[in-house]
Ligand binder design. Structure first.
Ligand code: ZN
Ligand code: ZN
Length: 247
């Protein structure tokens, strides 16, 4: 098995709350410089900056996973990751359908822009991406898995927008591939606090909104090859693949 350092929760300029310096070019350059092998692009309620990050990363050796950080009707944040362009696109249609069409106010909420490899603005998203979708967490999980994606509730230890802050518990019928904890949290403490059994994997990720935070919390995957399927196996503790939080 080979070791791969992964940061699976990163925002780009598309997220209203992220720094305008978080361009595809900058993300790829800093991830490489900081020795990261795998990143996931997880903007709020949108997958639309993924293609450009993947394009910029071509030939660099950095693996870029398509994804987003959904905000459910219950205001729970969860990472949804997808293997290919087809499934990413199908999930984007789902997001477009359930995002409330409230205009973004850039001067108040921040800019929501798509940029190209030269940091040129190609599009501005008119509807605010930070709102809760008009669909529940369970349905989001089911659709993600129908598309063979990965479903990972985000920053479960945070006092807002986490599964425990919003629901108070982890619903038995919700199929999670892993749970993400925040960079400053201690795994053993979080397991005790929320009574999380060892058969559910915990990962750490940076949730970077600023360049300096990229790679500030990583998880280490032990895989034969860095494929989406092996990452799925590692998160689900299958076929000898595994993942642990970087010390
Ligand atoms: Zn979040
Ligand atoms: Zn986030």
């Amino acid at each position: 098995m080979k070791k791969y350092r992964a940061d699976l929760h990163l925002h780009t300029v598309l997220s209203p709350c992220a720094d305008l310096e978080m361009s595809p070019d900058q993300l790829v350059r800093l991830a490489k410089k900081r020795g990261i092998d795998i990143i996931a692009i997880t903007d709020h309620n949108s997958t639309r900056q993924c293609d450009m990050v993947r394009k910029v990363a071509e030939g660099s050796g950095l693996i870029v996973i398509n994804g987003c950080e959904v905000n459910s009707r219950e205001e729970v944040h969860a990472l949804c990751l997808f293997e290919d362009d087809y499934t990413r696109n199908e999930f984007q249609k789902f997001l477009d359908h359930y995002l409330p069409k409230l205009p973004n106010q850039p001067e108040y909420s921040g800019y929501q822009i798509l940029v190209d490899e030269n940091n040129g603005i190609t599009e501005e998203i008119p509807f605010f991406l930070g709102n809760g979708l008009d669909v529940g967490l369970e349905e989001i999980e089911k659709f993600t898995h129908q598309l063979n994606g990965l479903f990972i509730p985000a920053h479960i230890d945070r006092p807002i927008n986490s599964i425990f802050s919003q629901l108070g518990f982890l619903p038995h019928e919700l199929h999670v591939d892993a749970l993400q904890i925040s960079r400053q949290s201690d795994e053993a403490h979080i397991r005790r606090l929320y009574d999380i059994h060892d058969d559910i994997t915990l990962i750490k990720a940076s949730d970077a909104h600023y360049p300096e935070d990229i790679g500030s919390a990583c998880s280490v995957f032990f895989l034969n090859e860095p494929t989406f399927q092996e990452i799925r196996w590692a998160l689900n503790q299958k076929n000898g693949r595994s993942v642990k939080i970087e010390a």
